[in-house]
Design a protein. Structure first.
Length: 464
């Protein structure tokens, strides 16, 4: 019997998979921190003999090569991918025997040109009559067919987007046509990843039959699907541009040893030198007291994506956290997106980090406070909306300035003078933006509230 064990990476919205027959194991699309995979294989009592990539990833640094080397396993990649290391090339229709399992490669272009899906099958003996039949344990669809969605098709540039969108529709229909309705579907993306064209359904499992009933790529004609897909594509994290080159070069396993400790004097030198010093604590703690010039990126499932999106690539990064464990978790998360080493770190309290300098504070407010400020004497403050383009188009506060968070560092000069009230959808991005503006000397208030509450406060709303 074949067992499929998902390996979740919620901060990036991805899943890897360990697939085994009780002895031999296949790992599909592993993240860079392969210690998790090695531990799972050991706990399960299986040996990793094969590692496979559905595509050259754009949202994380793969752990595939490092895992294959550590496990002395075959490393399967599309023969057309121009990698700079030895691997086992696979093509459309290739069959690979893995213990009692058989892997079959299917060309499914769309997310990338060379994307592959893998069908894993095994012989099963019926208990009643002893008849042996071939059973599909799952189809591993990577960034092709997701739960209620598909992978985005614009990551290779605007010239390729239309062609890849049509290919994505054709690939999904091929899977639906050639595989039985009972075949389980195991995508890599779609669990919060920006590699998904739209966010997938909140489900932990699906089948080809279910996707036929619910997934727009399988319920819409080709033209309608492509039009809706293209209309729904919004910005993707800037760090993606660095992932494919790293993965084609063959990344090594990350160095997760603790970063060197930094005292208050060193932190000040790094800030004054233009390096990034990032506070990992929650937004309430940051607002209550932080080192002037530091940026707030609270360590939750949005941390790695937004940090990677905003930090100028190659800028030295120092982390401030409540504890060594918090710093270690953040270090693991940024290693997954190619930030290999943390320059320094400090843990404890902001008063210690600030040394002889006073800590700074940040005012947090609700949309009701913003409505009241707009009616107060002295005029309405500057309202800055840092949500993405499609969020803004669905509805926004009348008169607000719209600068998406990922564009803010290069567009600060566009903000009118005066106090800035910055908001997003739920508060995370607004506090990131507020900390960046405060570091540049602007008077700022962070709206720590759900945007769904804005209209009820009397704030005038409009659509783009």
């Amino acid at each position: 019997m074949v067992e499929v064990l998902p390996i979740e990476t919620p901060p990036l919205g991805d899943r890897s998979y360990l697939v085994h027959d009780g002895e031999a194991a296949l790992v599909i699309d592993p993240q860079r921190d392969i210690d998790r995979v090695i531990a799972l294989a050991a706990d399960t009592g299986v040996r990793v003999t094969h590692v496979a990539e559905t595509h050259v990833h754009n949202d994380y640094v793969t752990g595939g090569l490092a895992l294959a080397q550590a496990a002395d396993a075959a490393y399967l990649l599309n023969a057309d991918d121009p990698v700079s290391f030895d691997r086992t090339p696979v093509r459309e229709g290739d069959l690979v025997q893995i213990g009692r399992m058989q892997l079959r490669a299917l060309a499914t272009p769309g997310h990338t040109y060379s994307h592959l899906a893998y069908v894993v099958e095994a012989d099963v003996v019926e208990a009643g009559d002893g008849v042996t039949r071939r059973e599909i344990a799952g189809v591993f669809t990577g960034g092709s067919l997701l739960y209620g969605s598909t992978g985005r098709t614009d990551l290779l540039g605007p010239d390729a987007t239309a062609a890849l969108s049509h290919a994505q529709w054709a690939s999904a229909h091929r899977l639906a046509r050639e595989l039985p309705d009972t075949a389980p579907v195991f995508p890599t993306h779609g669990f919060g990843s920006f590699c998904s064209a739209t966010q997938s359904e909140a489900t932990s499992s699906s089948t080809i039959g279910r996707e036929k009933l619910t997934n727009p790529v399988l319920t819409q004609d080709e033209r309608s699907y492509v039009e809706s897909l293209l209309a729904g594509l919004d910005a993707w994290p800037a760090y993606y541009a660095h992932m494919a080159p790293a993965n084609l070069a063959g990344p090594a396993a990350p160095d997760l040893s603790p970063p060197r400790p930094a005292d208050a004097a060193e932190l000040r030198r790094r800030i004054e030198a233009g390096e990034w010093v990032v506070d990992l604590r929650d937004r309430i703690a940051f607002a209550a007291g932080h080192v002037p010039g530091t940026f707030s990126f609270p360590l939750d499932n949005r941390f790695a994506s937004y940090l990677g999106w905003l930090i100028p690539w190659g800028t030295p990064l120092t982390l401030l956290g409540d504890s060594p464990e918090q710093v270690a978790r953040a270090q693991r998360e940024v290693a997954r997106i190619g930030i290999d080493r943390i320059a320094a770190a400090a843990t404890g309290r902001p008063e210690t980090w600030a040394g002889e300098r006073a800590v700074a504070s940040l005012r947090l407010a609700k949309f009701g406070d913003l409505a009241a400020a707009g009616g107060a004497a002295g005029g309405r403050p500057v309202v800055l909306d840092v949500r993405r383009r499609l969020e803004w188009a669905e509805g926004h506060i009348a008169g607000a300035v719209h600068i998406p968070l990922h564009e803010l560092p290069g567009r600060v000069a566009e903000l009118p003078p005066g106090e800035v009230w910055v908001h997003c959808e739920s508060g995370y991005r607004s506090v990131v933006a507020a900390s960046m503006l405060a570091a540049r000397g602007r008077r700022v208030v962070g709206v720590n509230d759900d945007f769904a509450n804005a209209a009820a406060t009397g704030l005038a709303m409009e659509r783009a």
